[in-house]
Design a protein around this ligand. Structure first.
Ligand code: BEZ
Length: 221
């Protein structure tokens, strides 16, 4: 079955893009990466998404995350659409700050399991769903999210998720519901209390629960 699972090495595909031909691992270098797909160029929801991604691209850069979009149209279409996107942001003279992959043969979309069977073009061909892949510096898949074509994504949530991925790659913690940088984090269940005490000098607090089990352990990092 096509697709990619958490922990898999992301395929080192070759593709035509708005910045020329790339090999994906070379494009990423030592950085993190985010690849987000779109159903089609010159469509309304996709345009709002790309425009938002462009507006907050400096936030991805600060986190050392290289951005790349994908849609199933040609490089020429992508270049024309990029101008619309930047004009939508009232920045008509500025280039789109990240490349777009041209997957006009849908080869990559099939390989990565990105097609949405419920959304088809006028010829009955399936369109790409709104996939998000976050890839770590080790080139392994750290997160994937799949939205249907009819639901736009929240790029602030993607930044929040990247903050969690980067923190939890470094420290033996997990981030609770709605966590934001600076909030308390949770000690992961596989750490003993003694290990947690030595790893977290800011201390560990535990919430009492009816079960008597001490699994809600908070710390500050
Ligand atoms: C859009 O980007 O607006 C869109 C694309 C395909 C299906 C539905 C919406």
């Amino acid at each position: 079955m096509p697709g990619i699972l958490l922990g898999d090495v992301f395929p080192n595909f070759e593709a035509d893009t708005t910045i020329g031909k790339i090999k994906f691992h070379d494009f990423l270098g030592d950085s993190w990466g985010i690849l987000f797909s779109h159903p089609r160029d010159f469509t309304p929801v996709c345009t709002t998404e790309l425009a938002c991604a462009a507006r907050i691209s400096d936030e991805f850069k600060k986190r050392s995350v290289k951005m790349i979009a994908l849609s199933i149209d040609s490089v020429e279409d992508h270049k024309g659409w990029s101008k619309d996107v930047m004009a939508f942001n009232s920045e008509g003279e500025t280039p789109l700050p990240f490349p777009i992959i041209a997957d006009d043969k849908r080869e990559l979309s099939v390989q990565l399991g990105m097609l949405d069977p419920d959304e088809r073009d006028k010829d009955g061909m399936p369109l790409t769903a709104r996939c998000v892949f976050v890839i770590g510096p080790d080139k392994k898949l750290k997160l994937s999210i799949l939205y249907p074509a009819t639901t736009g994504r929240n790029f602030d949530e993607l930044l929040r998720v990247i903050d969690s991925l980067q923190l939890t790659a470094q420290k033996k913690v997990a981030t609770p519901v709605d966590w934001k940088p600076g909030d308390k984090v949770m000690v992961i269940p596989s750490l003993s209390d003694a290990e947690a005490a030595s790893l977290f000098p800011n201390g560990v607090t535990t919430k009492d629960l009816p079960s008597g089990k001490k699994y809600l352990r908070y710390t500050k990092v």
